[in-house]
Design a protein around this ligand. Sequence first.
Ligand code: AMP
Ligand code: MG
Length: 347
Amino acid sequence: MKTKLIKLDGDYEKKIEIAGEFIREGGTVGFPTETVYGLGANALDEEAVKKIFIAKGRPQDNPLIVHIAELEEIKSLVKDIPDIAKDLMKNFWPGPLTLILNKKDIIPDMTSAGLKTIGIRMPSNKVARDFIRASKRPIAAPSANISGRPSPTKVQSCIDDLFGKVDCILSGENSKVGLESTIVDCTSDPACVLRPGGITLEMLKSVDERIYIDKSIMEKPKSDFKPKAPGMKYRHYAPKASLKIIDGDLQKTIEKINEMVQNYIDDKKVGIIATDETLKYYKHGVVRSLGSREFPLQIAQNLFEVLRSFDDTEVQQIYSEAFEEKGIGIAIMNRLKKAAGFNIEKI
Ligand code: AMP
Ligand code: MG
């Protein structure tokens, strides 16, 4: 398949219009958002949405999030908007927050993976919003990666995974948040977090202090687990090498990782995910830093690209430091644990 790569280096409006036209014609378009790059298609067109699942190799029981450019568009997509959803929209839209609401029949089952509910989000990224507006359609979009791989936060990663498999890729800036949106189920009372993300639990609680995180999120799923967010059951974000997280006191973590790295005769075969503060303590292996522990937002921003970066090396086993599960750290650890298939050693 021929993929048109659009660089936004001039004639901005004309180029955004071309990308929008691909959507109207039933095509697929990779595009930047503040969370991660998305792979979009007309959310109301079953055949178009099907192309997303095929391009990504995504299981068909994993629903898509519908992206809108303006608040009023939501009325045609959902049956009702509970007060909590209105309050969350007022506080956090446009931005990295997806609301689960009861869908209208206009949204095909292909988009919602047969569920009666749908996730809706209004992104804050300018290119994303202009592109959705130009398409004149609500855009269904999961992350623009091959299913199971870390989500792309720069256009090159989107190209690496999807060039030749989609109609168009819209090149934009690197994703500012770097992790997928926070998902809040507003069909239950109190509302419940189904996926942690850039909008933290503390931020959500400032709107309604009863909001809580579904407890299954941070644990290894049991074999009979039926999650409220279907995507939670799949292995996600995984680099090609095996990944193990070492979780505990930082000094002990460094010692433990160094001890395990000793088992590898060839330094090129073992990787370490470190932080700026700990980088100098690792003398062997392929060592990458996620950024400074003082700036967890930076760590979130870098996580997926650091995971991806090991795929171009000979590394077979990666050891990663862990992060405190508070604020954005909850989302960071959620993605890291999933990437590791919950292979985590507490020390
Ligand atoms: P992605 O766009 O790749 O980040 O995937 C979207 C994720 O949102 C899915 O994996 C689901 O877990 C979740 N999701 C989407 N729609 C719903 C819904 N109606 N109910 C619960 N979770 C949903
Ligand atoms: Mg995804």
